[in-house]
Design a protein around this ligand. Structure first.
Ligand code: NAD
Ligand code: TYD
Length: 328
């Protein structure tokens, strides 16, 4: 297959590209704006063509889609805290960008896979969301992602474009930008910096290894029914505080580094996805959270070359804005 992977220089997109090249022998074109989160290094050693452009750039999208069999769209602004501080780019990329991609896909009648998130359903106290659960997003991040999902669905209903939506739960693994919980806590623990836990730390996330998500997306790409959405949840859920405690153990630090800070506004308490529908297509998670977390910590320990330029670059300004007051 010849695939256009939008946002393929990011955390999950690059894991997906790796799986497609190694396990499927696909030909891959990556279209990526290379924002703070997109990195050429994520594609090191992979034989891909990289086009540096935004998905909202119609001319670049038209060129990139030439001759492809399918489009998989990961391109997004992905951090909830940044969406709370400054939602602008979330609206542009998720609403306008997704629409530009859909228009070109419609013109060429190309199969379109949209990568979405459990956060479009909002918070759930007990049980798990199904694909029929109503969308009830809480943050500008999840609201704009939900908007993108609805646009995608409209192109199926209105124009009969072959669309599939994949909604993943919280991913973790190598190459995740250290604004997210797990890499942030790992790098802070390694540096013996304080670990900022929001609120009481009892919020629950459903952890999915990035390679499991990448393979699920491959299954949806090959076998997903047009017009359908597929939830992809991880095999284990865990309260944030327990995740942080485990990271402290794995890095040989003690709990005195934990600092409880003011909670995130509108913070979703728990996410949980039922994955029966994607399982019926033949997908199953391979990585349990305990093993995957230990492997992920080991990856960050062994790959300082990857994160040191981030920690000493723009990320410092972001960290100061986000945590400076709370952590003094
Ligand atoms: P990421 O922030 O690591 O990567 C996003 C990528 O998109 C980067 O390479 C960035 O440069 C690129 N990008 C951003 N705006 C763009 C634009 N306008 N045009 C082209 N490229 C642009 O994010 P990620 O964690 O890899 O997430 C990828 C996708 O998976 C997103 O759509 C996200 O909503 C979804 N998702 C993420 C998670 C998670 O836990 N990280 C869970 C479920 C779903
Ligand atoms: P995050 O990685 O931002 O993912 P999401 O908000 O998309 O689930 O956060 C995961 C959980 O960790 C969430 O409940 C917020 C919490 N969290 C902290 O307690 N402290 C932090 O510094 C960060 C970044 C997140």
């Amino acid at each position: 297959m010849r695939l256009l992977v939008c946002g393929g220089a990011g955390f999950i997109g690059s894991a997906f590209v790796r799986v497609r090249l190694v396990e499927h022998g696909d030909e891959v074109v990556v279209l990526d704006k290379l924002t703070y989160a997109g990195r050429r290094e994520n594609l090191d050693g992979l034989d891909v063509a990289l086009i540096e452009a935004g998905i909202e750039d119609a001319a670049a999208v038209a060129r990139a889609m030439e001759g492809v069999d399918a489009v998989v769209n990961f391109a997004a602004e992905t951090h909830v805290d940044r969406s709370i501080a400054q939602p602008d780019a979330f609206v542009t990329t998720h609403a306008v960008g997704t629409w530009v991609l859909l228009e070109e896909a419609r013109r060429r009648a190309v199969r379109f896979v949209q990568i979405s998130t459990d956060e479009v359903y909002g918070s759930i106290a007990q049980g798990s969301f199904t694909e029929h659960s109503p969308l009830a997003p809480s943050s500008p991040y999840s609201a704009t992602k939900a908007g993108a999902d609805l646009l995608v669905a409209s192109y199926f209903h209105t124009y009969a474009l072959e669309t599939v939506i994949c909604r993943g739960s919280n991913n973790y693994g190598p190459r995740q930008y250290p604004e997210k919980l797990i890499p942030l806590m790992v790098l802070n623990a390694l540096a013996a910096d304080r670990l900022p836990v929001y609120g009481d730390g009892m919020q629950v996330r459903n952890w999915l290894h990035v390679d499991d998500f990448a393979r699920a997306i491959g299954v949806a790409l090959a076998h997903g029914r047009p017009g359908e959405a597929y939830n992809v949840g991880g095999p284990d859920e865990c309260p944030n505080l327990q995740v942080v405690q485990r990271i402290l153990e794995l890095t040989g630090r003690d709990e005195s580094l934990i600092e409880y800070v003011t909670d995130r506004p509108g913070h979703d308490r728990r996410y949980s996805l039922g994955s029966q529908k994607i399982a019926a297509l033949g997908w199953e998670a391979q990585v349990r959270f305990a093993d995957g977390l230990a492997q992920t910590v080991a990856w960050y320990v062994d790959n300082a070359w990857w994160w040191e330029p981030i920690r000493s670059g723009d990320y410092r300004a972001y960290y100061q804005r986000q945590y400076g007051r709370a952590l003094g």
